[in-house]
Design a protein around this ligand. Structure first.
Ligand SMILES: Nc1nc2c(c(=O)[nH]1)N[C@H]1C(S)=C(S)[C@@H](COP(=O)(O)O)O[C@H]1N2
Ligand SMILES: [Mo]
Length: 213
């Protein structure tokens, strides 16, 4: 197991830095404390898992009527959509107008039919990363399991072949190299959520750290 403390310290330092803050009423397109970038930075644990279309599976499990494991062909056979949204990283960059393509997570949720008690999910990724969300947050139109962005298949460094995209939360909730979605009755904080990041991660409320309101 790598030693995360350096990475974690660096990220927390970055997120605490007082980047140029927008004044209330100004620049409402971008959440407070964020700066628009035109590149697409790479942020992750540095483990670069090797996942190919052939090796990739997406397992939906836990409190559901029908557990499933999708392979690439089954995934591509589901209805494909394109959704344009903004992507906000807690380290204070935002990239606007990301034209993600993939399958609505709602579509996948309907396939497995969560049990009455299912209220939360854990997203699993091939690098061992996890993150948690309320089930409700997965049902929005803009939440995709994406295979393409900016007109191209997702590169490996951005989570290809397939990543999660949850535009209404800070980007750490958007798991790259997505491998599983598990449904639970209770909330189970993930990698960053157990290391001081906010559980909800709403950029418009600046929910960066668990000490933020
Ligand atoms: N599997 C996995 N997904 C991850 C991460 C990670 O370390 N592993 N990092 C998260 C963080 S902290 C951010 S900011 C975004 C960055 O996505 P990008 O590298 O495509 O910009 O991915 C998120 N998804
Ligand atoms: Mo991040």
């Amino acid at each position: 197991m790598p030693n995360w403390s350096k990475l974690i310290e660096a990220k927390i330092r970055l997120a605490r830095l007082g980047a140029k803050r927008s004044k209330p009423g100004e620049n409402q397109r971008v959440p407070p404390g964020q700066k628009v970038v035109s590149d697409f930075p790479v942020l992750d644990l540095g483990l670069a898992p090797q996942v190919t279309q052939a090796s990739w599976r997406l397992r939906l499990s836990g409190l559901v009527e029908q557990e499933i494991a999708l392979d690439w062909a089954a995934f591509r056979a589901l209805p494909q959509v394109r959704d344009v949204s903004d992507f906000h990283c807690v380290t204070r960059w935002s990239r606007l107008d990301m034209d993600w393509e993939g399958v609505r997570v709602r579509e996948l949720v309907m396939l497995v039919r969560p049990a009455e008690q299912a209220r939360f999910v854990t997203l699993y990724a091939a690098d061992g990363y996890t993150t948690n969300l309320p089930l409700d947050a997965l049902l929005d139109d803009d939440v995709l399991v994406a295979h393409s962005v900016l007109g191209k298949p997702l590169s490996a460094e951005h989570g290809g072949p397939v990543r999660m995209v949850v535009p209404k939360r800070y980007a750490w909730k958007s798991a790259k190299w997505l491998s599983g979605i598990e449904f639970h009755a209770e909330d189970r904080p993930g990698f960053w959520e157990t290391r001081g990041y906010h559980n909800e991660a709403d950029p418009w409320k600046e929910q960066r750290f668990d000490s933020d309101a």
